[in-house]
Write a protein that binds this ligand. Structure first.
Ligand code: DAK
Length: 258
């Protein structure tokens, strides 16, 4: 599979997707979103891959949707073709865990793309913003919802209404990112984390991911019930039998992802 706007690599059980439009700070145009969708489809279908890392360049994860592209469109254009909605949602629909490795700018749709991922690792130079208001538009790929859930109403309102950026330290403090990593180590650290996750039972990892995501869709008692049902399901997997047996027999488990 060859791409023009991204680089797809496999590192054992991890798929690494690097956004690659250096001439435009990885701005997200139709071609890039089509290719990202195709790359994620391929990694999801590949049984040897257990987790995915999505990265940009040192300078930019992505500077948002491509403004030059959007400039050509009127309201009926975006309404009729639903803008790039199907492609934009692809990252949030992955069953496999997706880790965003964010260095440099994550602006607008770039920030929204990172927030669709399951974990965000940030380099110390990461800068997150939803500056759509400065263009007289608003976030359109989940930013008003996901940022608010991640950092709370007041900070989300400030960022969305004023376009104020948030740097890595603040992003870690308020829980938008899981941790900060030195820039030089970011992608390797993300791949190492992804590889660790991918080494566990993949169906059980998928259940755990579903349960965490359920917390954003349901009330507490519904969510706890959902979690319990999923926990019961793990008792039906060969991997759970192996995991418990390996502990008792004092040996490393051999998961077969069933
Ligand atoms: N789109 C297109 N080109 C971009 C770009 C972008 N978002 N960001 C940068 N570029 C291009 C510049 O136009 C320039 O191209 P040339 O002039 O060389 O052809 C090149 O990258 C270098 O940029 P600068 O010359 O501006 O470089 P600086 O270092 O001075 O500044 C910057 C870099 C990234 C800080 C600056 O370019 C900038 O502020 N860019 C715009 C950032 C921004 O406003 N992003 C939010 C875009 S709105 C929706 C889904 C999603 C969205 C909306 C709806 N639906 C599903 C309905 C998302 C909306 C957005 O993301």
């Amino acid at each position: 599979m060859t791409f023009e706007t991204l680089i797809l690599e496999k590192h054992d059980n991890v798929g690494l997707v690097r956004l690659n439009r250096p001439e435009a700070y990885n701005a997200l145009n139709d071609q890039l979103m089509d290719e990202l969708t195709a790359a994620l489809d391929a990694l999801e279908a590949d049984d040897s891959i257990g987790a995915i890392v999505l990265a940009g360049s040192d300078k930019a994860f992505a500077a948002g949707a491509d403004i030059k592209m959007m400039r050509e469109w009127g309201m009926m254009d975006v309404f009729k073709r639903q803008f790039i909605t199907a492609n934009w949602e692809r990252a949030s629909r992955c069953r496999k865990p997706v880790i965003a490795a964010v260095s440099g700018l994550a602006l607008g749709g770039g920030c929204e793309l990172a927030m669709m991922c399951d974990i965000i690792l940030a380099a110390e130079n990461a800068r997150f913003a939803l500056p759509e208001i400065t263009l007289a538009t608003i976030p359109g790929a989940g930013g008003t919802q996901r940022l608010t859930r991640a950092v709370g109403k007041s900070k989300a309102m400030e960022m969305i209404l004023s376009g104020r950026p948030m740097f890595a330290e603040e992003a870690e403090r308020c829980g938008l990112v899981s941790r900060i990593v030195p820039l030089a180590d970011l992608v390797q650290e993300a791949v190492t984390l992804a590889s660790r996750v991918a080494g566990f039972s993949q169906p059980v990892v998928a259940l755990a991911k579903e349960c965490v995501n359920r917390a954003f869709e349901s009330g507490l008692s519904e969510g706890v019930l959902y979690e319990r049902r999923m926990a019961y399901i793990t008792f039906g997997t060969e991997d759970q039998s192996e995991g418990l047996a390996a502990f008792v027999e004092k040996r490393p488990p051999q998961f077969i992802h069933r």
